[in-house]
Design a protein around this ligand. Structure first.
Ligand SMILES: C[S@@+](CC[C@H](N)C(=O)[O-])C[C@H]1O[C@@H](n2cnc3c(N)ncnc32)[C@H](O)[C@@H]1O
Length: 264
């Protein structure tokens, strides 16, 4: 799994190109996971990066992935809770957060808090890139029960964009994850968990994690592809139209040209 989010390499590359960064720019990736997006961005643009994630294994993987591609001085990966990292106000040209807004708060506070924090960190005229979930349709109650609190995913795609506009941001670009990206994301996760379970000795915590992952993926599959006969089958249009629930990330970056004028 290249990204821990439903985004293809092609889409990530396109967005990186559209950001138009140069070696003079400084980038924050909040909840960077294994760092692939930030590493690519730094590789292609020469920009300087800071990636922060609270998961130690992810940060170790990010450092390992970066080491033959960019220098340690160009990009730093820090293992920390992003909300505890002291960062100079308006010191970044781009702040990005892909699938990680829950780092800034739970439930419907996640997305607004991320925007607020980023407005304090990005320079006037800088950019924000936020990958935020949204429901395409109202989720089934049993799906919500399974995933626990629906983290920050209360708006629709258009609502995510409007909300940022209301905070003084200018939308520059938006894209959503497609079915293929979601399938790859969900199934890669499931495959990883299944393979780990085979290769590790009996561990009750791992078994519980696997069981939860199985229920989650199955529920997601049933909810998003109702009526599909087989996992490998190509759904007919009719079946597709019966889709009940899906999530998608709005890959939106928003010009923060007026961020210092925002009253709060
Ligand atoms: C769905 S993953 C996305 C990772 C990465 N952005 C990507 O797209 O591949 C969410 C990440 O947010 C991180 N995270 C959650 N809360 C955090 C916090 N308070 N501070 C830093 N990282 C956090 C998790 O450890 C996880 O790696």
């Amino acid at each position: 799994m290249v990204f821990n989010s439903p985004i293809s390499s092609e889409k990530a590359d396109r967005i990186i190109q559209l950001l138009g960064l140069t070696s003079k720019d400084r980038v924050l990736d909040a909840g960077c996971g294994c760092g692939e997006f930030l590493i690519r961005l730094c590789e292609r643009s020469g920009a300087h990066g800071l990636g922060v994630d609270k998961d130690l294994q992810s940060i170790a993987a990010a450092r390992e992935a970066a080491k033959d591609r960019i220098s340690g001085t160009q990009c730093e990966f820090r293992n920390a809770d992003i909300t505890n990292v002291p960062l100079e106000p308006h010191s970044f040209d781009l702040a990005l957060c892909i699938g990680s807004t829950h780092a800034y708060g739970s439930g419907d506070a996640a997305y607004p808090n991320t925007i607020d924090s980023f407005l304090r960190l990005v320079r006037a005229g800088g950019q924000l890139l936020i990958g935020e979930g949204y429901w395409k349709r109202d989720p089934a109650p049993e799906y919500l029960r399974l995933i626990g609190e629906p983290v920050g995913i209360y708006r629709d795609h258009s609502g995510n964009i409007s909300f940022a506009e209301q905070h003084g941001l200018v939308p520059l670009y938006a894209a959503v994850s497609n079915d293929d990206e979601w399938d790859h994301f969900e199934w890669s996760h499931r495959m990883k968990m299944e393979r780990q379970a085979v290769s590790t000795v009996a561990d009750p915590a791992a078994a519980e994690k696997l069981e939860r992952s199985r229920r989650w993926r199955d529920m997601a599959r049933r909810s998003t592809r109702p009526g599909e006969a087989g996992d490998l089958g190509v759904p007919s249009n009719q079946r597709r139209s019966r889709r009940a629930v899906s999530g998608g990330l709005a890959w939106s970056f928003r010009g923060a040209g007026r961020c210092q004028e925002v009253e709060r």
